[in-house]
Design a protein around this ligand. Sequence first.
Ligand SMILES: Cc1cc2nc3c(=O)[nH]c(=O)nc-3n(C[C@H](O)[C@H](O)[C@H](O)COP(=O)(O)OP(=O)(O)OC[C@H]3O[C@@H](n4cnc5c(N)ncnc54)[C@H](O)[C@@H]3O)c2cc1C
Length: 359
Amino acid sequence: MRDVVVVGAGIAGCALASWVGKAGYDVLVVDAKPHFIPKVCSGLISVRIDSLLRYPSKAVLNEVRGARFFAGKDFVELKREKTQAYVMDRSVLDFHLLEKASKHCDVEFGWKIVGVEKKDSYAICTLKKGGDIRKVKARVVVGADGALSTTRKLIGAGKNLKVITGALAYVEEERVEEDVVELHYDRKLAPGFFAWRIPRGDGTVEYGLGTDSGNAVENLVKFCKRFGHEVGRRDVKVGFIPLGLIDRSCDDNILLLGDAASQVKPFSGGGAVYSLICARIGSDAITKALEMNNFSKEFFTEHYENVWKDEIGRKIEVGMAIRKLMDALDEGELEELFRIVGENKVSFLRMADMDFLGT
Ligand SMILES: Cc1cc2nc3c(=O)[nH]c(=O)nc-3n(C[C@H](O)[C@H](O)[C@H](O)COP(=O)(O)OP(=O)(O)OC[C@H]3O[C@@H](n4cnc5c(N)ncnc54)[C@H](O)[C@@H]3O)c2cc1C
């Protein structure tokens, strides 16, 4: 019997696993991927990450001080003196967290969760690798298996969530203004989300977009063409982003974490900071549960779900409301909205926090 099985070796799963493992508990991390593969992600992460995690300095590719919000060709720019966010190299960040987890836990690739069954005081995970099936008992199972989480489906949670398809590609660009990102609210190419342009600090720029309908890859190729870049379909990477405040993130012996629990900012699709905040809350809840030998849904609701929802639940709801409002506006109305924001820049800059909208 394991104390904890973490399903998913992304940043959320690895962070939680390393903290629980470091506290002296027996933790197994499993991941469906055959080996380490970094997450498809822009890596635009607020400086708040510095208070959540230590990471190698080479993970930071670029520092960003502001953003330009485009409706058509018009834009409003919000920029501060100080660095607001880093563009991080996800292969460095993800590998660092995997190494940290491997120090304190067993990590096995190639195993995907296909079932979870609850017994009196523990759960049994069914794991599959090719034709092999294996059952592992654990006091706690953490479903950190991403935006399309199987664990979430197995416990019947998250039916209220929306999932966006994201696509991105890197191109070389000669003249790059390094410290500003661009967000393009384009109804045709990025319905239900937006397109972006992020300077990576190494002579390359990331072009990306999210969409709730249509073909994300085709749309990204068209978006890149607008900036004079011919991008092949095979150069485009695709991933998924969950949006919305999940109805339930725990059950007896089971927690959901990170993208699996939709701990993501709906306004931007950023999930790294929220995942790490919730991984800390989750690891505290699990160590407490192991000390008290209480793995009930009620315990995890009180010590995990209510705690993380107190911290970021309202922000997710506000972000979702803003997301819906922006989706409902046509280009002319968006231009008008950005004009108003432009006229009130000082107040917006005083209030706006890229992680905590609605604070
Ligand atoms: C295109 C795109 C751009 C993004 N840009 C940003 C950004 O700029 N800033 C930001 O903060 N966030 C961004 N995000 C979101 C961010 O990447 C995620 O919120 C964050 O990485 C969540 O990590 P996670 O560990 O929860 O999930 P993941 O990193 O998705 O990890 C889940 C793991 O579970 C494994 N898994 C899946 N199914 C199973 C299964 N059945 N059994 C076992 N293992 C399984 C997967 O192989 C994977 O390793 C972006 C996402 C996308 C798609």
